[in-house]
Ligand binder design. Sequence first.
Ligand code: MF3
Ligand code: CO
Length: 250
Amino acid sequence: MIVLKTSRELSVMRKAGAISQAALRLAGEAVEPGVSTWEIDRLVKRYIQSMGAVPSFLGYDGYPASTCISVNHEVIHGIPKKSVILKKGDIVSIDVGACYEGFHGDNAWTFPCGEISSEAQALLDATEQSLFKAIEMVRPGNRVGDVGHAVQEYVEARGYSVVREFCGHGVGAKMHEDPSVPNYGTPGRGVRLTAGMVIAIEPMINLGRRDIEVKADGWTVTTKDGSLSAHFEHTVAVTPKGPVILTLPE
Ligand code: MF3
Ligand code: CO
């Protein structure tokens, strides 16, 4: 069931999004060689709580942290750990959500740790661009297939592959709502977008093959071939005027 949001609810979601975005930026600024992913998670948790919000991920299906931090060939859902120390050349995908006055924001970004290879930088650039291509498709009358197609077309033309098993999603009073928003698709197909819908668009793009596996911890998703993976996400409202990104600074 798709839950439409009123303009009053959208303004609350804008605040949840701003807190989520500020938390993500704080996390990104902390990315440097020698820092553990656990330290970054702690910073984020404290920040979200200091804003009177609740980390959306903490305790979700038993998830043990406030962020997902996925390094290099990890795609998503990496669990922050004291033993994971970032090093120069890593690419670090950080996913953060905050719940404020009952509504969630959800966003993610892949940060370079120090200097990274040009191959890695090109993957980050393409994945970020594909997110914004997809956001451009968010307007009433367009369909979920138009959004997914925009991602797929952009990254596959550059030789990258789209993870299929995980998708974007509706966002609202629950972090995961309908509809599912795949990062692949056929133009003109799928659920029709209408004003008041809010969706998280989150391309997960691999340098090598699209196949993934889940580690023994039950959470961490990695590429099967060990190739690098990037993840960028914004929460976006569908409005009569077009897309409004909710996960932006205030
Ligand atoms: N933010 C992720 C998403 O976009 C969800 C994280 S899963 C959790 O779907 F369990 F860790 F919260
Ligand atoms: Co999400």
